[in-house]
Ligand binder design. Structure first.
Ligand SMILES: Nc1ncnc2c1ncn2[C@@H]1O[C@H](COP(=O)(O)OP(=O)(O)OP(=O)(O)O)[C@@H](O)[C@H]1O
Ligand code: SF4
Ligand SMILES: [Mg+2]
Length: 375
């Protein structure tokens, strides 16, 4: 099991790095080196590799589909927001999910956590199939899976004090034996995310963005979940605050063995926080591999284009670099292109790409890619 996990996470070198640094998700080095991680900033994280995610599977997603009924030209159609996604996240592992706006990242997260009823496929959390569990039966399971959103301002109830915000999930999940015990847990959670005790009586609008996200984290983690989905959880924060929040998430991961599904728009910060990365395009997974591997050896033309569109801080390096090749709009998920969904934008498209949908292929070392160039 350990050997498999090592392979899945980019090889034994990562374990050594993690052991040296003592833990995952260090973002401070990235921030020190020029306002955030960049395409050529790989040396910024020397020794700061994430810990291995070699525990049991906390999330298994198999062939997940989420199709929304919509009307187009007066006809009922289906928008295929998620269209057959497989992924797995293990205890102690961070799986980064990236892709352009509209590719289905949030829909995947919402289907996993059963905000949406999946159209098809399977979702297992901590080994339990929750795909079609009635909401009533899901309630006790909710404490195992929590979500941290991009905008804590809209995800935190503005009319509730922080104390009530933190106690609400405890009450809903029947955690704690009395109000006094739940309040004590709320106060401990506040301290744990670095907020003063007097924050308990204040309201979300009284905090800065970074402090609000700390409240969001405390609320998500207070039930001691096993799986936490971070949907653009740091995207709206200043770069220095991003680093603090990422490091806080990393501390919790080490302490609690949390599995994170970490959703972000681009590959930059994801590199520093993830053990493995999945690149999504138009509702499907295009490529999955260890986070070092995706930078060292991106195989899918879409991944390559995404990487090339990451800004380079040094003007001299930037001048010599190839121009970003990611051109054209993302096609509509109501009428996705035939064959490979990426073919209208792909600089390497062949005639087969317009006709046949490529299958996901294992390329060795737990690197998988969906592209006709590879078989
Ligand atoms: N409830 C819904 N009903 C119909 N279509 C939806 C619904 N939710 C999302 N969509 C559509 O599904 C597709 C995927 O949206 P989603 O929000 O999952 O993308 P995303 O990858 O999270 O994008 P972003 O990076 O902008 O957050 C989009 O075309 C979106 O318009
Ligand atoms: S299958 Fe063809 S069109 Fe699709 S990414 Fe590969 S080369 Fe490009
Ligand atoms: Mg989203």
């Amino acid at each position: 099991m350990r050997a498999d996990a090592a392979a899945r996470n980019g090889g034994p070198a990562r374990a050594d790095a993690a052991a040296r640094s003592g833990g995952p998700m260090r973002a401070d080095a990235a921030v020190r080196d020029g306002g955030g991680p960049t395409r050529d900033g790989g040396n910024a994280r020397a020794g700061d590799g994430p810990a291995m995610g070699d525990g049991p599977a906390m999330l298994e997603v198999r062939g997940l589909r989420q199709h929304f009924p919509v009307r187009k030209d007066g006809k009922k159609r289906f928008l295929k927001a998620v269209d057959g996604v497989d992924l797995e996240v293990r205890a102690g592992e961070t799986f980064g999910l990236v892709g352009e706006s509209g590719c289905g990242k949030s829909t995947l997260a919402r289907s996993v956590i059963r905000i949406y009823e999946p159209t098809g496929g399977q979702v297992l959390v901590d080994g339990e199939d929750i795909t079609h569990k009635p909401q009533k039966q899901l309630r006790p399971l909710r404490k195992k899976m929590q979500m941290i959103f991009q905008d804590p301002y809209s995800s935190l109830n503005s009319r509730m004090s922080v104390r009530d915000i933190l106690m609400e999930p405890l009450i809903a999940s029947h955690v704690g034996e009395s109000a006094a015990q739940r309040e004590e847990m709320a106060m401990r959670a506040l301290a744990r995310v670095g907020l003063m005790a007097d924050a308990a009586g204040r309201y979300p609008h009284e905090f800065s963005g970074g402090q609000r996200q700390r409240v969001g984290i405390a609320r998500a983690l207070i039930t001691r979940p096993k799986l936490v989905i971070c949907d653009e959880a740091i995207s709206a924060l200043d770069v220095s605050i991003q680093a603090q929040v990422v490091n806080l998430l990393g501390e919790f991961q080490r302490e609690l063995g949390l599995a994170y599904l970490f959703i972000a728009h681009d590959l930059s910060m994801v590199r520093y926080v993830s053990h493995r990365v999945g690149v999504m395009y138009l509702g499907r997974m295009a490529e999955v591999c260890g986070s070092e591997e995706i930078y060292a050896n991106p195989l899918h033309p879409y991944t390559q284009a995404l990487l090339e569109s990451i800004p380079i801080p040094d003007p001299a390096v930037a001048a010599g670099a190839r121009a970003a090749r990611l051109e054209g709009e993302v096609p509509s998920p109501i009428d996705p292109p035939a064959g490979c969904h990426f073919h209208p934008r792909c600089p390497k498209a062949m005639s087969v790409c317009r006709q046949e949908e490529p299958a996901m292929r294992e390329m060795g070392g737990d690197h998988c890619v969906r592209c006709h160039l590879y078989g």
